[in-house]
Design a protein around this ligand. Structure first.
Ligand SMILES: [Zn+2]
Length: 461
């Protein structure tokens, strides 16, 4: 009897402590989420980034303005120390507005098309290029018709495959990234690429390309989705036997100096263990770079501000990194991991937000099975936000900028995952503006990010 009583008492005490421990974390998470949802500063910071800094392509005046903005905002958020980490960045300039259209002079009202030079592309120069267009659906068709390509403009009309849901961008972006060199191999003089977007409108979407060193560099233009349909119809109809005129004045200048902007909260127990949270500070030169990746920037800064404001003292050192040059070089992310390796730093985890600020769903987790099992033990803290979907990706990355940390240190990666069905409508194009971002969705993303950072900081991985 006595033994039974003792057991009951012990069990009650144990349960009490278990509940108490859980409640402690739940209370802290509640405190974090209340601060963000009721008094959040992320939206305000996004406004100043979009409206006072604007676009910030590597090497542009906007890039330097953004760096100064980042230093200031990280200081205001309460970082213990704020500094710049220098790296060389590519300096590509767009030049005069691009043109693509028919100029037959045989008819009035020859059509022209909405185009943008693809980033890192060479230009046609002022005299432009006049050539016949050959439309292909994909690389397979290009290879089949390689003998017809010489001296022509290759038009890749590969649609964004919406049945792939979140995979459509990765599937279609090959044509923008590698299409120029693939066509140059068969003697093409330029390429036009259907914009990598699910939107159906007149906005061309830019982005980067990569030239193969062994092949001639030919000009590359992105065309809006409606423009692509129109061009396709004209090629097969009225303008079947006509040349298209294209002109672009973009060029790649010598590399210039850029910076990662870094703010830290010093760890109280393990100051030499690092947790890196970030997004990329650069953007394309269209719209305002609001969702790509202004939101990732302000979310990361907000996470630091919230910890500081509610008086949470992290055990590990939390580093907020506003990465330079993700878009057309990845020099910032590469530099950050290089420096970390030189200093032999210990990197426990890294988190990136670079997919817009739609409703958060969870994280893509690039880590070991054992680490993932630990993360899965925390789902209950994410269920109230309907964001407990953790996807295991063994040894995989969580984002472009934190990828090099994975390569150098096998650092556990967390890529914020959202509903992700609107982001590519505006990505790298004129509609990527502040007004497209929803405050509640933006803030919920921070809640989910901060919750994960809090748990890893406390319990390790
Ligand atoms: Zn981005």
């Amino acid at each position: 009897m006595r033994k039974e009583i003792m057991t009951t008492i012990l069990f009650t005490v144990f349960t009490f402590f278990l509940c108490f421990a859980q409640t402690d974390d739940s209370l802290m998470i509640r405190k974090i989420s209340d601060e963000i949802l009721l008094r959040g500063k992320a939206m305000d910071n996004l406004y100043t980034l979009c409206k006072t800094v604007g676009t910030r392509l590597s090497g542009s005046a906007g890039m330097y303005k953004a760096e100064a903005w980042g230093l200031q905002v990280l200081k205001e958020a309460g970082a213990d120390n704020v500094y710049l980490q220098q790296c060389m960045v590519p300096h590509w300039v767009r030049g005069k507005k691009e043109f693509a259209g028919y100029r037959t002079k045989k008819r009035t009202g020859d059509p022209s098309f909405d185009v943008l030079a693809i980033g890192n592309s060479v230009g046609t120069g002022n005299k432009g290029i006049l050539a016949r267009v050959i439309e292909v659906k994909n690389f397979e068709e290009l290879n089949q018709r390689k003998d017809e390509v010489k001296g022509k403009i290759v038009f890749y009309n590969y649609p964004f495959n919406k049945t792939l849901l979140k995979g459509a961008y990765g599937d279609a972006v090959r044509y923008r990234s590698n299409g120029a060199s693939a066509a140059a191999k068969y003697g093409a003089v330029a390429v036009i690429v259907r914009s990598v977007t699910g939107a159906y409108d007149n906005n061309p979407h830019t982005g980067a390309l990569r030239y193969a060193d062994s092949l001639p560099k030919i000009p590359a233009l992105a065309i809006s989705t409606r423009g692509a349909e129109k061009l396709s119809a004209f090629i097969q109809g009225t303008y079947k036997n006509e040349d298209l005129f294209i002109r672009s004045n973009c060029e790649m200048l010598p590399d210039t100096v850029g910076h990662n902007v870094i703010g830290e909260l010093k760890g109280s127990e393990f100051p030499d263990e690092f947790i890196t949270i970030g997004g990329h500070l650069d953007s394309w030169d269209q719209g305002e770079g609001a969702s790509d990746d202004g939101t990732g920037i302000v979310q990361s800064i907000e996470l630091l501000r919230v910890f500081k404001t509610i008086g949470y003292k992290p055990k590990r050192t939390i580093r907020i990194v506003l990465f330079a040059n993700e878009e057309n070089g990845l020099r910032g992310g590469t530099k950050y991991a290089e420096e970390a390796k030189l200093k032999n730093e210990k990197h426990l985890m890294a988190m990136e937000s670079d997919g817009g600020a739609e409703y958060p769903r969870g994280f893509g987790c690039g880590m070991t099975k054992a680490q993932f099992a630990k993360v899965q033990g925390w789902t209950k803290y994410f269920e109230p936000f309907d964001a407990a979907k953790f996807t295991f990706n063994e040894g995989g990355g969580g984002g472009a900028d934190i990828g090099p940390l994975q390569t150098n240190f096998k650092t556990a990666q967390f890529g914020l995952s959202t509903t992700g069905q609107r982001y590519f409508d505006m990505h790298h194009a004129a509609p990527d503006v502040f007004e497209k971002v929803n405050a509640q969705e933006l803030n919920l993303c921070v809640v989910v990010m901060a919750t994960m950072v809090y748990l890893v900081d406390n319990y390790g991985l």
